[in-house]
Design a protein around this ligand. Structure first.
Ligand SMILES: *Cc1c(COP(=O)(O)O)cnc(C)c1O
Length: 355
């Protein structure tokens, strides 16, 4: 289906004075946004227009009942300067998975990808060229119907905003295995990219940071023993030459980086198993010397190398180097900038003539 996306360009761009080597993370926004309104049971008026404030009624239901979901993805440039998206159809499918869980309408997946392409095409000059940098894209949907009462809203907004992100310096991180607070339980909303999940993680993350850790390692809600994930990343361990990652059980986010990393590892000849993993077995592997690497995976940072994990007053030392993690990160970055063959067919080019 061909959608009619109208375009209204900003009078001037803020991209000109941008220093790509010095971009405050998450604070710089491009000139335009993509926006579409849901009313009377359908999505209307998809458009790219100058980014501006949106008037919001104080009774807008997202503010009270939390019908709000989001996505995170990146646009990069290939060696010829053509913008590309990384597996955008996966984000299109996932936002609808989240929408289903949260009682929100689906957004047409072809319009999701077309809106992204149209917006990225307009904002092309904002895409940082260096390997490891990207234009971060934030599609999101929220209930804007003014109503006090518990039911699904009937009007929503779907918006995409963009924020350039400089090369991310991955320092090795330390995790706090959380044994009091939880992120997600089976049957809950942990597998949806729902705004409320992140609100609930803020205070426990602050506590972990106050103890000197970078992020929380979330454990299962019942026994505080099975490993789930980290902040906004999925997690992988290399034990005895083989990789393991927690299996999807409805409580972890189905990360697109996670699925891509599994493909890259298998392509390089590693065995990768998705299964239940306990924090105790990781501690045992560390003690007997078979724990070789651990890293987090997610769009925002790519790969985050894990140095150690605290479990109460015990410390699990992981490793001081992550050679396979590094190789995977470089492979991902090189695919995203067209420097090596895209053998998995992940990249979607944004046609030049779009604007
Ligand atoms: C977004 C997210 C991830 C990573 O997903 P990607 O698709 O790889 O970016 C992992 N865990 C949580 C909780 C997330 O919100």
């Amino acid at each position: 289906m061909k959608h009619n996306i109208s375009i209204k360009k900003a009078e001037k761009t803020k991209a000109e004075n941008l220093d790509f080597n010095n971009i405050p993370l998450g604070r710089t926004f491009t000139d335009h946004m993509f926006i579409c309104d849901y009313e009377n049971g359908q999505w209307n008026n998809p458009r790219v227009e100058p980014l501006e404030l949106i008037p919001t009624h104080p009774a807008a239901m997202a503010l009270h009942y939390g019908q709000a979901i989001f996505e995170g993805m990146k646009a990069t440039l290939d060696t010829e300067g053509t913008p590309m998206l990384f597996r955008p159809e996966k984000n299109a499918a996932r936002i609808n998975f989240s929408a289903d869980r949260m009682g929100m309408p689906n957004f047409p997946e072809d319009l999701f990808v077309e809106g992204l392409k149209q917006l990225v095409s307009v904002e092309k000059s904002w895409i940082p060229p260096q390997e490891g940098s990207a234009l971060y894209l934030r599609p999101f949907m929220y209930a804007d119907e003014p109503f006090i009462g518990m039911r699904a809203a009937t009007s929503f907004k779907f918006i995409i905003i963009c924020s350039p992100a400089g090369p991310f310096f991955s320092k090795r991180i330390k995790l706090w295995a959380e044994n009091k607070y939880i992120r997600a339980a089976s049957g809950g909303t942990g597998e949806a990219k729902a705004a409320g999940n992140y609100a609930a993680a803020i205070r426990p993350t602050e506590y972990a940071k106050a103890k000197g850790y970078d992020q929380v390692l979330w454990l299962d809600a019942v026994e505080h023993n099975y490993i789930q994930e980290v902040g906004t990343m999925n997690i992988f361990f290399k034990v005895d030459e083989k990789f393991i990652t927690p299996k999807r059980d409805g409580s972890i986010l189905d990360g697109i980086t996670r699925m891509s990393v599994m493909d890259i590892l298998r392509d390089k000849g590693f065995e990768v198993k998705e299964r239940a993993i306990t924090i105790q077995e990781i501690r045992d592997a560390s003690i007997n010397g078979s724990l070789e690497e651990a890293f987090g995976t997610g769009t925002a940072v790519g790969i985050a190398y894990i140095q150690e994990i605290a479990m109460g007053n015990k410390t699990i030392h992981v490793s001081d180097e992550s050679p396979v993690g590094l190789m995977v990160n470089q492979t991902l970055n090189k695919i995203k900038t067209g420097k090596i063959e895209d053998k998995f067919n992940w990249m979607v080019k944004v046609e030049k003539e779009l604007v």
